[in-house]
Design a protein around this ligand. Structure first.
Ligand SMILES: [Zn+2]
Length: 222
């Protein structure tokens, strides 16, 4: 069962205030290898200063994106890319670039295809210039679907390259899967001793050592 690790506000990078880097112990949080220069990244929302009586919309005065990063060796970094490529969008690595390109292309493809479908509906009246454009709704739909297929093919190609590299550096998979990470909302002002992140960490040894080294609370799931 995974350990539950509670990270304090004092761990937040003091300059940027948007990143928590857990680099102690400095070994891979999946397989224990050294060095572990890569990161498993989780984007969560730091929430503090609750606005009273607010049930819809923004419920905290402070709500901002925070990245929680756990150390990985190169092989575990590549291994996770095959199952969770979207989580790499914040990384300054070739896989990060690939993840951002996929998101952008898929977004453009979706909007283009949607415009084609909207043009087909009565919501777009066949008057003026729209009357001339409306019959060509299928061009947008085909363009959107084609771009979606191209995006998928590009993703398959990069994943094939990652698989080949992975087979070269380590033929077996990772020992542990990705952690589950949530933010913990703080009702009042943030203080260094507030717990702001909860991590369910499958690698109990790594989590225990991390808690001991940093002086954080840890609970073992039973
Ligand atoms: Zn590893």
């Amino acid at each position: 069962m995974p350990s539950r690790l509670y990270v304090l506000y004092s761990a937040l990078n003091p300059s940027a205030q948007t990143e928590v880097i857990l680099d102690t112990p400095a070994r891979c949080s999946h397989c224990g290898s050294v060095p572990a220069p890569f990161f498993e990244t989780h984007a969560v929302k730091l929430k503090a200063k609750r606005i009273p009586h607010r049930s819809i919309g923004q419920r905290y005065r402070i709500e901002k994106r925070m990245l929680v990063r756990l150390p990985l060796c190169e092989a575990c970094y590549l291994n996770d890319f095959l199952s969770t490529p979207d989580s790499y969008a914040f990384d300054t690595t070739p896989q990060g670039k690939e993840a951002r390109r996929t998101t952008t292309l898929a977004g453009i493809a979706g909007v283009t295809a949607s415009l084609g479908i909207i043009m087909l509906t009565p919501f777009i009246p066949a008057v003026g210039i729209l009357a001339a454009v409306k019959p060509y709704w299928y061009v947008l739909l085909i363009a959107g679907v084609t771009l979606l297929i191209v995006t998928w093919l590009l993703q398959q190609r990069s994943q094939k390259a990652v698989r080949a590299e992975l087979a070269r550096i380590r033929p077996v998979g990772s020992q542990f899967r990705r952690a589950d990470v949530w933010s913990i909302a703080v009702d009042g002002d943030l203080t260094p001793t507030d717990e702001i992140v909860e991590i369910h960490m499958p690698n109990e040894d790594w989590a225990n050592e991390c808690a001991n080294l940093n002086g954080w609370r840890i609970e073992q799931s039973r």
